[in-house]
Design a protein around this ligand. Structure first.
Ligand code: CA
Length: 217
């Protein structure tokens, strides 16, 4: 697996690159925001680890640029306590995040988890919602809806079985991480955004205290 590491601090970047290589990853390293999109285009990495604090720009802006042209999995690296960055990052289509300082071991596990989630992709559908996991394309009533990676994954899980209430814990585990310890707010933010995009607020129903379900048509 080929990982593009975006990190400007050599004291972090160098041991990180060596550690990931010891774990069997091929690693390219860039230090500037302006280098990221060209590097994604040229070297087609399997995953990007993106530091948010870069000398020439904001990592979230870089993520927004990446998502204009690429669906490459992105893990963002944030400083402790910056919950807003994590939520905005997820909104913009990052797949996961790690909080600094993190160990190479933790990062390697998260990279592999993101890779596994991206590979588990059969097509699922209900009458109104069709989710094509291979093409990562969702249609509602025949119209393609433009979703972030997380919104797509959420809809894909809900669409597997319309009418079934999917517990919040299950959504966290399947869309984010089996050991997700973030706040519930992230899930609600994503559902709210997904509802706006599908254009029918009644399609995804809240079952208070339990979870969400896709309305049966
Ligand atoms: Ca930095």
């Amino acid at each position: 697996m080929h990982v593009l590491v975006v990190e400007d601090d050599p004291a972090v970047a160098v041991p990180l690159k060596e550690g990931l290589e010891r774990n069997g990853f091929t690693v390219d390293l860039v230090s500037y925001a302006a280098q990221v999109v060209p590097a994604v285009r040229e070297s087609a990495p399997d995953l990007v680890l993106l530091d948010l604090g870069l000398p020439d720009g904001d990592g979230l802006e870089v993520l927004r640029e990446i998502r204009k042209t690429s669906d490459v999995p992105v893990i963002i690296a944030t400083a402790r306590g910056e919950e807003t960055d994590r939520i905005v990052g997820l909104e913009l289509g990052s797949d996961d995040y790690v909080v600094k300082p993190f160990s190479v071991r933790e990062l390697a596990a998260r990279i592999r988890a993101v890779g596994r989630r991206r590979r588990r992709e059969p097509t699922t559908s209900s009458a109104r919602v069709v989710v094509d996991r291979d093409r990562r394309e969702a249609t509602i009533d025949g119209e393609v809806v433009d979703l972030t990676a997380k919104e797509f994954d959420l809809l894909a899980v809900l669409a597997e079985e319309p009418g079934r209430v999917v517990p919040r814990q299950e959504l966290f585990a399947r869309v984010w991480d089996p050991v997700w310890v973030g706040t519930g707010k992230t899930l609600d933010v994503h559902v709210a955004s997904l509802r706006r995009k599908v254009g029918d607020p009644g399609l995804i129903e809240t079952v208070r205290g339990v979870g969400y379900r896709l309305a049966e048509s």
